[in-house]
Design a binder for this molecule. Sequence first.
Ligand SMILES: [Zn+2]
Length: 252
Amino acid sequence: MMSTTEMMSTTTVQHPQTMTKHHPGIDRLTAFSAGSLPFNQALCISAHLQYCPQCRQAVKRLNQVGSELFSELPTVTVTDTLKERVMAQLDAPAAPELTEPQSAVDGRAENNAGSTAANSNVPRCLQKLIPNGLDALRWKRLSPSIYATKLCRDVDGSKVEMLRIKPGGQVAAHNHTGEEVTLVLQGSFSDSEGVYNQGDIIYRNKDDKHHRPLASQDAECICLTSVQAPIQFTGFFARLFNPFIRRSHYAS
Ligand SMILES: [Zn+2]
């Protein structure tokens, strides 16, 4: 797993015309700082931090507090057996956090561990998953105006995807059966709750009914999204797709 420090050692991606207005709550930033968030959620927050100096500062302060608390912990004597078990676990190879990252499937990641000209507009924490830029991903057409591509799946089953919505394109109305985290990478979209620009992070869950994002008319909207469980379309015709959506979500 990428450490918080590694995720934060990023090149800041900024856009002069936009300011992030939608941020993770302090509870999520605290969990991010403590390294206790699932990978998919940490990835979205890490990408948000590259656009948001306010949250970067908050995480920096939380890291300092965490480190001070840790240094003040009293020393505890442990048994040799426990010590050996801990040391053995430290030496063991890390369990894979992700299954089937697209870059690995394509065999393109071997020589692309970092930034390239093609992916220079991709937040650094995503560059290993998108080594050759957004256009090189295998985009699947979901509708005339919406394309999606799966980046990876977290160990809890959450699916991390990229969504590409043409100017003025609208996602069909849907409900959520689990938490959905969306981060705007390019362009903007709106829904009944507001307008979301580059760097904004949006959380939706079971309480958010008939969610219907609409991309702005002036630019394509590209989002990183993590979906814990398949969404359920609510329109009559769109409902016909629900079995396919469920199958697609749980497919490896
Ligand atoms: Zn923020």
